[in-house]
Design a protein around this ligand. Structure first.
Ligand code: DX5
Ligand code: ZN
Length: 228
């Protein structure tokens, strides 16, 4: 089980310090939301900012979520910025296979994201090429939205395919993830939890990360005895 705090919900005036806080919280990943004002109706930050934050959180896995219409122009810049995984959206249709190969060729982990209105079957042709399947549980563009419960069957389907086809991709959920929805997603088969508002809004980020992890582990057969 991996907890990935999303920098989008942190204090924008001190990204370096916030990344340091995530590194000290016990989280394994830092989730970085890249929005281009075209694929989604919002703009966040780009490779320059990610590169500047990198030295503050050397041990964290940088999980870069590209909500961008033209990710092809950003892949190399994000490699240079220190990304470990690049996730592109399946809604980019014809562009998807080439983008996935390019990310792999650059030596990074490969992620594929599916928006709430998109059927999970859109990701099916790519399952053996990816390291992470990101099931969006809100419509991308903004933090602080409510979890869309209708997305849960997609997590179950992703888990069923992984089991049947003996594949190893992670199943990541993103949007409206709090303690309650962590439990629901973990029960459905998710193993990687992106959370912005709920974690950064907590009194102690460290305590919140550890509580979220415990809740997720409670649904992992390997940790069945753990009390939350
Ligand atoms: C939404 C982003 C999310 C966002 C989640 O467009 O992809 O990663 O940061 O934020 P919360 O946890 O606040 O829903
Ligand atoms: Zn995201």
């Amino acid at each position: 089980m991996i907890i990935a705090p999303s920098l989008l919900a942190s204090d924008y005036s001190r990204f370096g310090k916030e990344a340091e806080r995530v590194a000290a919280s016990g989280a394994e990943w830092l989730h970085l939301d890249i929005m281009d004002g075209q694929f989604v109706p919002n703009i966040s930050f780009g490779p320059g900012v990610v590169g500047a934050v990198r030295p503050f959180a050397k041990q964290l896995f940088f999980d870069v979520h590209l909500m961008c219409g033209q990710p092809e122009i950003l892949l190399e810049p994000f490699v240079k910025a220190g990304a470990n995984q690049l996730t592109i959206h399946v809604e980019l249709a014809d562009k998807v296979p080439q983008l996935l190969w390019k990310i792999k060729a650059l030596g990074l982990k490969v992620g594929l994201a599916v928006n709430p209105p998109t059927a999970i079957t859109a990701a099916q042709p790519y399952l053996d090429m990816i390291d992470c399947l990101l099931v969006m549980t809100v419509n991308p563009g903004f933090g602080g939205q409510s979890f869309i419960h209708e997305c849960l069957p997609k997590v179950q389907q992703a888990e069923a395919w992984r089991r049947e086809r003996k594949l190893g991709y992670r199943i990541e959920v993103d949007g409206g993830i709090n303690y309650e929805t962590t439990a629901e997603c973990a029960r459905a088969g998710a193993d990687t939890f992106v959370a912005g508002t709920s974690l950064f809004g907590a009194h102690s980020l460290k305590a919140a990360v550890s509580k979220m992890r415990k809740i997720a582990h409670a649904y992992d057969p390997a940790f069945a005895d753990l009390k939350v």
